[in-house]
Design a binder for this molecule. Structure first.
Ligand SMILES: *Cc1c(COP(=O)(O)O)cnc(C)c1O
Length: 372
């Protein structure tokens, strides 16, 4: 199977379709070299790096047109670190966690910290969507905007809970690729290695005034909070355009470039239309062939940024992914723990819609060449 050669006219110009780290555009890498020449290898406490952090914060505020009082906060450690930071500094007593895939379930685990009441976890099987349910005493309602492990997308809506309850959205794989209502959220957090086409290691978040107030109140309480995971520290440092400890400067440079590119191209509405076009190409194609079916059966739950496509049992999806990889088309394997005969295709903002169309042709070619 590895010796199947996909004809050149069926290949995408760029073969990166992984869900993170994901495609970084060539222009970003060029800018990393030119702009990086004066920034990489210099102190993160000096003006050039602070200006870079400031530019990232402003660019993100512009991109999401954040309402008055919302702040762009960032810290080190990626979205996984944010879950622990939230357990220490955002959840007052008890969280509700929607768990319909790997990432939602990981936050639920972090929210099961010994100093908190056990979270109210609403589970739904992979490929479907769990729904918010108001529960008395819950002060953080948490769910992923896009469940990257299954390709299910949730509507961004405010939880109808107790007064003062916060709505906290894991937007790691949605942010920068999908439009949503910022005011429906108190914390909309993400990492830059997906639609923002950067490297990992950072978390960024839009905080509402209510979320900032919550952080301040918990920080002033007698709860023990490690320095590194302190959201108060993150808020204070972000206001100064810095992080508690050294950030990855290359990650910031690539991110800043991508945010600027999206803003200059037409902002979040443009990115939203582009990822819808790309994912629509994949779903339409799956409907047009007899060996592929979208994993997410409810069309309105299908993700616009991560398309999961089950293949017929007669077609070995693993062999398809291996063959694609041998031809330079990488990372179409499904989320490992899902264990399905599936291809998972990112349709992030950086990925050219034309390349997604080429990918479907390449897959069809490979399936035609494989023994059935
Ligand atoms: C990738 C991803 C994460 C993990 O991000 P890290 O920066 O690696 O911690 C969390 N949530 C979602 C929805 C993701 O797609």
């Amino acid at each position: 199977m590895a010796d199947i050669v996909i004809p050149a006219d069926l290949l995408p110009t760029d073969g990166r379709f992984g869900c993170g780290p994901s495609k970084i555009r060539g222009a970003q890498l060029e800018s990393l070299v030119t702009r990086g020449a004066t920034i990489l290898g210099t102190s993160h406490r000096q003006k050039p790096v602070k200006d870079l952090v400031g530019s990232v914060r402003q660019g993100i505020a512009d991109l999401f047109q954040v309402p008055d009082g919302y702040e762009v906060v960032l810290g080190n450690g990626g979205s996984t670190a944010f879950w622990d930071a939230a357990a220490f500094g955002l959840i007052e007593r008890r969280a509700e966690n929607l768990s319909f895939g790997e990432f939602g379930s990981k936050f639920a685990k972090a929210a099961a910290a010994p100093w908190l009441e056990a979270p109210h976890v609403v589970e739904a099987p992979g490929g479907s969507l769990a729904a918010l349910e108001p529960v008395e005493g819950v002060d953080v309602y948490a769910y992923p905007h896009n469940e990257t492990s299954t390709g299910v997308m949730a509507p961004v809506v405010r939880a109808d809970g107790d007064p003062g309850a916060l709505t906290v959205v894991d937007a790691t794989s949605a942010a920068g690729g999908a439009a949503f209502d910022v005011e429906a959220t108190d914390v909309y957090y993400f990492a830059p290695q997906k639609n923002f086409a950067s490297d990992g290691g950072l978390w960024l978040a839009l905080f509402s005034p209510a979320a900032i107030e919550r952080v301040e109140r918990i920080a002033a309480s007698d709860r023990y909070i490690p320095e590194f995971l302190s959201l108060q520290n993150a808020v204070d440092n972000s206001r100064l355009n810095q992080t508690l400890n050294t950030p990855a400067l290359a990650t910031l440079l690539l991110l800043d470039d991508q945010v600027r590119w999206i803003n200059e191209s037409g902002g979040i509405a443009w990115a939203d239309a582009r990822t819808k076009q790309s994912s629509g190409t994949v779903y339409d194609w799956a409907a047009s062939v007899d060996f592929a079916t979208p994993f997410v059966s409810e069309p309105s739950h299908r993700s616009q940024v991560v398309a999961t496509i089950d293949l017929d049992d007669a077609v070995d999806a693993k062999a398809v992914a291996v063959t694609l990889r041998a031809n330079g088309i990488v990372d179409t394997e499904p989320y490992r723990k899902l264990g399905r005969n599936q291809l998972r295709i990112a349709t992030f903002t950086a990925i050219e819609p034309g390349d997604v169309a080429q990918l479907t042709k390449a897959i069809e070619y490979v399936v035609g060449e494989l023994p059935r």
